[in-house]
Design a protein around this ligand. Structure first.
Ligand code: ZN
Length: 218
């Protein structure tokens, strides 16, 4: 039996986005504790018409830039759809770029993304989340992933990501499954932004691991 969507639910999602876009400026970002961040988002299948999707994506991008962040998922603005945006100009030192594989990632829209790890290698670095403001923690993630998604035009994307871009697409796709980075984090690494700036700005978390008492794989 084909999946049937409740037409009234579809209308309300469209109405919800129209209302969000009726305000000026960046969209309000939802913080941890809101159930929308803990539910699997609905696959996108035309709930927003093409014009509304374009406007919504533009608002997500502007909100990501304003935050600033390198990725933003629709549930982070309270919209339970499998849509995310990513973009990273990677303004980091050469040393950090090499250690973390943080290379520039152009703007892209991920619709209905899913990923699978490639190989057993893990990359282990601090990361943060706009929905968990003020904190960062070390998260072991697949060093390389195969990402399947659609773009905003509905074209299929099937691509391998490595380095920091692999971390970004895993983080954003996890949001669409109701997963926050804290679920995967080394909890002993949890550090305030102040501690990050004052103590843990090194290219890798090795010193933090020794001082805070967590182990790094490998
Ligand atoms: Zn996040």
């Amino acid at each position: 039996m084909a999946f049937e969507r409740d037409p009234s639910a579809a209308r309300s999602l469209s109405d919800q986005v129209e209302e969000l876009l009726s305000y000026e400026g960046p969209l309000p970002i939802v913080a941890a504790g809101d159930p929308v961040l803990r539910r699997a988002a609905e696959p996108f299948d035309g709930q927003l018409d093409a014009g509304l999707l374009t406007r919504f994506v533009a608002a997500l991008r502007a909100t990501m830039h304003a935050a600033p962040g390198v990725g933003l998922a629709a549930p982070q603005v309270g919209v339970a759809l499998r849509i995310a945006v990513v973009e990273d100009p990677a303004p980091v030192s050469e040393e950090v770029r090499v250690a973390r594989g943080r290379v520039p990632q152009p703007f892209r829209v991920l619709v209905n993304p899913s990923y699978e790890g490639i190989g057993a290698d893990r990359a282990v670095f601090f990361e943060g989340c706009l929905s968990v403001p003020g904190w960062q923690a070390v998260v072991p993630r697949h060093a390389a992933v195969r990402l399947r998604a659609l773009d905003e035009e509905g074209r299929a994307l099937d691509e391998e990501f490595t380095g920091w871009p692999a971390r970004i697409v895993q983080h954003e796709t996890d949001h669409l499954d109701g997963v926050l980075y804290l679920d995967r984090a080394e909890t002993r690494s949890l550090s305030s932004n102040q501690a990050m700036a004052e103590r843990w700005a090194q290219p890798t978390p090795a010193e933090a691991a020794a001082a805070l008492g967590f182990t790094l794989p490998g």
